[in-house]
Write a protein that binds this ligand. Structure first.
Ligand code: MRU
Length: 371
């Protein structure tokens, strides 16, 4: 996507230096810093500490991480047990996003078809780059399918502004291009549909206020940052036409894990008769499970992410303490929205209802997979 006239992605492979490079999203929107991932430890740190984040991007990083595991300086032979252990270490970096396991496994499987080190490296790079490009195309298709929803609301409103509420960052920074929740928004905007986005700030790490607002602003899309608790009020007053969010893992029966607070938006949307859509590529479905509340592991992160808030002060990024020094904090990073609250899924294959029958009708080729 465009950043100040320059084409950017949150991850790429630099052909000249043969290095995986990423945007360090911890510093956005105030600083745009590029980092190299040279070792598996770099890859794990980048995922754990959220230099890269968002389910499809974590998947792409995991996929390229498998390539890194083969070329990192301290490991140049073709020791399969060591290679498998490195893949497992990458998969352990974060527990909720399905894409991480999917991306790592896909490249690992391609590698294990080869025996020589050179062939393994070539297979890893080719497969990882295929993952990256396919996810970009999938998000583009999500945009094309989701466009019909926005067009219909715009038509019903006789061309007046369509107000969309989104939570967290499910934009191109969370993917490779276009985003998931934002893909229909970018597509509709480029087709001159009048729209405006309510951006939940998304405490504690403010992915909405820092990242979604930055992305939308760079694309010239009208948006307003709101507190995480404002959505219900705006819905009651007719100021939200639809909600679109992304997801980190969705069961084959349609339960949706996404950034903490998503469930409350879905409840408010249901109470106010507002459509609540979830946009995702098929790599985010966990085909092996049906009960999201029971079976999706919810990451608990460092409570300091709650206790401290980061921002810009006198041109420097600083962090300040909010609650009393000794108050404990709990940092549940995701919640699960039951399928019954979801109006529909926007996928690369089209739109479907949030039921196992409808999901599997769209993806009949996806068997019950295991990891
Ligand atoms: O903790 P994060 O920033 O990785 O959480 C990201 C989200 O919850 C996104 O909404 C989700 O990954 C969808 S991404 C297109």
């Amino acid at each position: 996507m465009q950043v100040d006239g320059k084409q950017m992605r949150p991850i790429w492979f630099d052909m000249e230096s043969k290095t995986v490079q990423i945007i360090d999203q911890r510093l956005l929107p105030h600083e745009l810093v590029i980092e190299d991932l040279n070792t598996v430890d770099d890859v794990i740190r980048a995922i754990k500490d959220m230099y890269v984040r968002g389910a499809p991007l974590i998947g792409a990083t995991g996929a390229l991480g498998v390539y890194v595991s083969l070329v990192q300086a301290n490991h140049k032979d073709s020791d399969t047990a060591y290679f498998e252990a490195e893949c497992a270490r990458i998969k352990d970096a974060r527990p909720t996003a399905m894409n991480l396991f999917w991306g790592v496994d896909r490249v690992r499987d391609a590698v294990l078809k080869e025996t020589s080190h050179g062939a393994r490296v070539r297979a890893a790079l080719a497969e990882a780059l295929a993952v990256v490009e396919e996810e970009a195309v999938n998000c583009q298709k999500i945009g094309e399918h989701g466009l019909s929803i926005l067009q219909e609301i715009s038509r019903q409103k006789k061309g007046n502004t369509v107000n969309i509420l989104t939570h967290c960052n499910a934009g191109w920074l969370a993917c490779v291009e276009y985003g998931t929740a934002t893909a229909p928004i970018y597509t509709a905007f480029d087709k001159h549909i009048d729209l405006h986005v309510w951006v939940d700030e998304t405490r504690p790490l403010n992915q909405g206020a820092r990242l979604t607002a930055w992305e939308l602003g760079k694309h010239g899309i009208r948006h307003t940052v709101i507190t995480d608790n404002a959505g219900g009020h705006l819905m009651q007053h007719g100021l939200v036409d639809l909600v679109i969010v992304g997801t980190d893992r969705t069961t084959r029966a349609g339960d949706v894990a996404n950034k903490i607070g998503t469930y409350l938006k879905a409840l408010a949307a249901r109470d106010n008769g507002i459509p609540f859509y979830v946009a995702l590529p098929s790599s985010t479905f966990d085909w092996a499970i049906t009960d999201g509340i029971k079976d999706i592991p919810i990451e608990e992160r460092n409570p300091d992410e709650i206790r401290y808030v980061q921002g810009l002060l006198n041109g420097k990024i600083v962090s300040v303490l909010v609650p009393p020094e000794n108050s404990p904090a709990a940092n549940h990073a995701f919640d699960v929205t039951p399928a019954r609250l979801v109006t529909g899924f926007i996928t690369e294959r089209g739109i479907c209802k949030a039921t196992e029958a409808d999901i599997m009708a769209l993806f009949p080729d996806k068997g019950i997979a295991s990891r």
